[in-house]
Design a protein around this ligand. Structure first.
Ligand SMILES: Cc1cc2nc3c(=O)[nH]c(=O)nc-3n(C[C@H](O)[C@H](O)[C@H](O)COP(=O)(O)O)c2cc1C
Length: 247
């Protein structure tokens, strides 16, 4: 088998589908050549199919990642002023907020303020760092990555109406931040600690919005079932609060 195929490869004059075929191959070798040719063309088809499948699964799982501007940590507003101005607002226009403002808000929500230790602007029980911030706009939903200072797209659906449910007019706000506690990060008292940790993030959002002259309100109301389904959350991802933010 090896010798027949080896000889015909040596004598080759034509290349078909990457296999060398001899014009002068003996009649005895012909069935072997045909067999080999069929084998290689089948292999090629399988390989092409495999590559297509791999490419399809790669692109299906590919997530858009967007770099945020560096948060400006020199904001010239005193803590006392921010505390003085913090209040609930329930009416929003559809005027957009800037990426720079969004970056400041996310850094305050659960950004890293001590990079050498990877510690956050908010305290979390046992440093569980269970609070995840999802940015929800008309274009879809993205997850904030505090380390990389990026937003990773997780859905193309505008879930603002699901978040605003019960207070539908608020769906107009250009951005909602959804605070979710990842309970797998908490070893015990997850339900309580998760709510507390999200509370710190929520208070930071209230204060940074006051400092930036933006409106917000912490909201427990939302259609949790619809939101969880849309984002494919398991039960361990607990929806704690949402914040419409804008003007
Ligand atoms: C845990 C929590 C949940 C809240 N949920 C909602 C809500 O779903 N909808 C809403 O309009 N306000 C909500 N609020 C805002 C409060 O109603 C508001 O803070 C309160 O009326 C006091 O007003 P102030 O924030 O201006 O001081 C919530 C506040 C907290 C702390």
């Amino acid at each position: 088998m090896e010798s027949v195929f080896g000889r015909f490869v040596e004598k080759s004059s034509r290349r078909i589908s990457g296999v060398l075929l001899s014009d002068t191959a003996t009649p005895l070798a012909a069935p072997v050549i045909v067999q080999q040719f069929n084998y290689y063309s089948k292999m090629k088809k399988y390989l092409a199919m495999l590559m297509l499948c791999a490419f399809a699964s790669m692109t299906a799982g590919a997530q858009e990642v967007k770099k945020l501007p560096q948060p400006d940590l020199t904001l010239n507003v005193t803590l006392m002023d921010a505390l003085k101005n913090r209040k609930t607002d329930r009416e929003f226009s559809d005027k957009a907020i800037s990426e720079q403002q969004l970056s400041q808000i996310l850094w305050a929500t659960c950004g890293i303020n001590r990079p050498e230790k990877g510690l956050l602007t908010i305290p979390t029980a046992m440093n569980a760092q269970d609070v995840k911030a999802y940015v929800c706009t008309a274009k879809g939903v993205s997850l904030y990555d505090p380390k990389a200072n990026t937003l990773t797209s997780v859905s193309k659906t505008d879930i603002r109406p699901m978040l605003a449910e019960g207070q539908n007019a608020m769906a107009k706000a250009p951005v909602f931040i959804l605070l979710v506690s990842d309970q797998t990060k908490l070893r015990h008292n997850g339900q309580i600690y998760g709510a507390m940790d999200a509370g710190y993030a929520s208070q930071d959002i209230c204060l940074i919005c006051a400092a930036l002259g933006l409106k917000t309100v912490p909201r427990a109301m939302m259609n949790k079932e619809k939101v969880s389904k849309e984002l494919g959350f398991p039960e361990t991802m607990v929806l704690e609060l949402n914040h419409p933010i804008g003007y």
